[in-house]
Design a protein around this ligand. Sequence first.
Ligand SMILES: [Zn+2]
Length: 391
Amino acid sequence: MSAGTGGTERSGSTERAGSPDSTDSPDYEAALQAFAGVSGGPGHQAPDPVNVPMIRHWVEAMGDENPVYLDDDAAREAGFPGIVAPPTMLQAWIMRGLKVSREVEAARAAGAPSGDSPSDRVMALLDEGGYTSVVATNCDQRYLRPLVPGDRLSVESVIESVSPPKTTGLGVGRFLTNRLDFTDQHGELVATMRFRILKFRPRQPTGADDGTRTEPQEAVAPPAPEEAPGRPLRPRPALTQDNRFFFEGTRRGELLIQRCADCGTLRHPPRPACGACRSFAWDTVRSSGRGSVYSFVVNHHPQVPAFDYPLTVALVELEEGTRLVANVAGFAPGEMVIGAPVRASFEAFDDELTLPVFRPDGDGERHPDPDGHPDLDGHRVEPAPAQPRSE
Ligand SMILES: [Zn+2]
């Protein structure tokens, strides 16, 4: 289960052996290791028992039509005593709710000192050691029995381990693993969840290798000479055999969209299988680059040094029918509106990263493409050569 963790499961690809640049003292190490096995702080009880209305909202939102979650007869037929809750609702039962979460956020924004629980203290100690950045890496849940309406959960956390320093793709960091123990109204353990984060020392802005690359065999371009000193390059895409065509296309000034080779459905972002027919066969079509703003957001915080703020990011609906999240430019502040016609241009942000940037498309009329791109009135698209199945 990784939904909602805000992180990605990539410990296998980012973690490298050794701790060559650790400068932590033995005392510091000992202070960190003293937290292993310690309770993270007082637990709490779920505000509500497991109940059918919440299950109904969950399965509707998730589109999960397994009948055992709402239909007593179907659940009994499947060998349960009656309706059971979806196992992945585990965290939903013990969430504090919007009001408390807002109060905590407001206190934090007002500069309230962080708490003094062991969890707070181990985080503060990691901060003191320079491990000030954080990314969630793993979330593993184990279910010991199905939850049924009427169950009332409680949860307690344990700081399970703090790893030695690891050199990762993001920088030198330590993995902090917390275990949440979920018990029922009888005190019986019903589920556990291990939640692992990487607390790491952010790399200094030194150039292209900003740590998001997952394919170290790729050549790393030196920072472009015209880059202002101290300004880091944009984050690298994590290239895979599914998405490589897209970035290779943008470098040639082509906006390529993945297309199912069996049913023709377009999809973006690139992924291995077709959501419509489950086929793994695909090729690409070259988009006209014309579309309209489907939605957009103006981002003010948090600020990442490689970008200029306020940063407008748009969800562009291409005229071929699929959408993509992209940079926009050429709109005066406040000028962007939903539905605004846009057209892709391509901007080389550095020697190896070229991305589409969408700009206002004049009056929105369809002009023949001055660069010889196919004119796509009538939604005609020019197929690009099929991508190899494996590389
Ligand atoms: Zn398909």
